[in-house]
Design a protein around this ligand. Structure first.
Ligand SMILES: *Cc1c(COP(=O)(O)O)cnc(C)c1O
Length: 393
């Protein structure tokens, strides 16, 4: 495929080599292993002297197609795809860190990532300092002689804080640290961390990349030397992406650009409507004026993304009433679906924490997170407004 095409066109046209059937859409390669013409060819494959597929835990045409598209969209040299986003997060840590190493992590990261760095990595002698997203002095103060990696998400979940990627790139370069960015909320369409100096970029492909709430998947792209280590770790320990999921996700990338445009337009309109609503004390969306890091969001993102959050007046009880009163929006834990989703962290995902612990991670009592879908925005706004009216009674 000509590299003169725009990356957005390549994300649509790039494909695994056509077979003798001349099929237009890439076939599904549901095979555990691949055959060899002779012993010499098999020997050479195992000696890494050729690019032949050996076994689908290592590589597979559907998975390779998905990785190639992701590398192109993110501007990255190489990549590896995993069964879930968390397998990508964990694989990037375990492949590159060892006993005695230290990492710095943004405190408002995805819940399972938080558990991994605070509960599991310390068992293997890998320590982690958590720092608030925008406390630059704390990031500086956290650097130790054994620090190897900086891990962050932007926008963060669910508070949608924005971390300045240009600053993060300079910070990690100065201290010679690996910059590992979870780009799930922005997608490569809205923000490319590699352009700001990120060494690795991680996605939960389960979210906006699939975009229809069907399959789980993850991917790590970035510097070829680091991906080589991650590949060796993952090919041996087994978090491979299934060919079926890769096929679904690769197809999804063909529509990511148009989907994200609509998701972002809808989210901005919902955020603006909520600003006018008397039952709401505040609304947060990266491209809404008044967001604390509005200028940084404009600098590094093409649009604000599909997620917004707001505080319903009346605390936990009002939050519960709001969820119960919704007619169209789904009440579910996922995000990044064509169908709009509402969640109330204080009574669900974060209900086991104390109020004080919740506030420390930015979960206020009436916080509602909306993942804006692709429905007509008038229907999304109408459902949210009638549920707010019901919650206010
Ligand atoms: C969902 C999510 C993950 C984990 O991905 P899974 O595919 O569910 O394993 C990691 N980071 C962020 C920001 C997420 O939203």
């Amino acid at each position: 495929m000509s590299n003169e095409l725009d990356p957005l066109s390549l994300a649509i046209r790039l494909r695994a080599p056509q077979t003798l059937q001349k099929e237009h859409s890439t076939p599904l390669y549901l095979t555990s292993s691949f055959t060899f013409d002779d012993a010499e060819m098999m020997r050479a494959a195992f000696a890494d002297e050729n690019d032949e597929n050996i076994y689908s835990r290592f590589s597979n045409p559907n998975v390779d197609e998905f990785i190639a598209k992701m590398c192109m969209l993110e501007g990255a040299e190489d990549g590896f795809a995993t069964s879930t986003g968390m397998a990508a997060v964990f694989g990037s840590f375990m492949a590159l860190l060892k006993q005695g190493d230290h990492m710095i992590c943004c405190s408002s990261v995805f819940g399972s990532t938080f558990t991994t760095v605070t509960k599991f990595l310390p068992r293997y002698g890998i320590t982690c300092t958590l720092v608030a997203a925008n406390d630059k002095e704390a990031w500086e103060a956290a650097v130790q002689p054994n620090t190897k990696m900086v891990y962050l998400e932007t926008p963060t979940n669910p508070q949608l804080e924005i971390i300045d990627l240009e600053w993060a790139g300079q910070f990690t370069k100065k201290h010679k640290l690996i910059l590992n960015v979870d780009n799930c909320f922005a997608t490569p369409l809205l923000q490319r961390p590699v352009d700001f100096g990120a060494d690795l970029v991680i996605h939960s492909a389960t979210k906006w990349i699939d975009g229809q709430g069907r399959v789980l998947g993850g991917v790590i792209v970035g510097r070829a030397d680091l991906i080589k280590e991650i590949y060796l770790f993952c090919r041996n320990t087994g978090p491979a992406m299934s060919p079926f999921n890769a096929w679904v996700l690769s197809k999804s990338l063909e529509t990511l650009d148009v989907r994200m445009q609509r998701h972002c337009e809808n989210a901005l309109q919902v955020a603006k409507a909520l600003q006018q609503n008397e039952s709401v004390s505040w609304v947060k969306y990266p491209f809404l004026e008044g967001h604390p890091q509005y200028d940084i969001a404009l600098k590094q993102m093409k649009a604000g993304g599909g997620v917004l959050c707001f505080e319903v007046k009346g605390g936990v009880e009002a939050g519960r009433k709001f969820l119960n009163a919704l007619n169209m929006l789904s009440v579910t834990a996922n995000l990044g679906d064509s169908r709009s989703i509402a969640s109330h962290p204080a009574s669900t995902t974060h209900s086991k924490l104390t109020e004080k612990e919740r506030l420390a991670v930015g979960i206020t009592p009436g916080l509602i997170r909306i993942s804006t879908g692709l429905e007509k925005v008038t229907d999304i706004i109408a459902d949210i407004e009638q549920a707010l009216a019901a919650a206010a009674v």
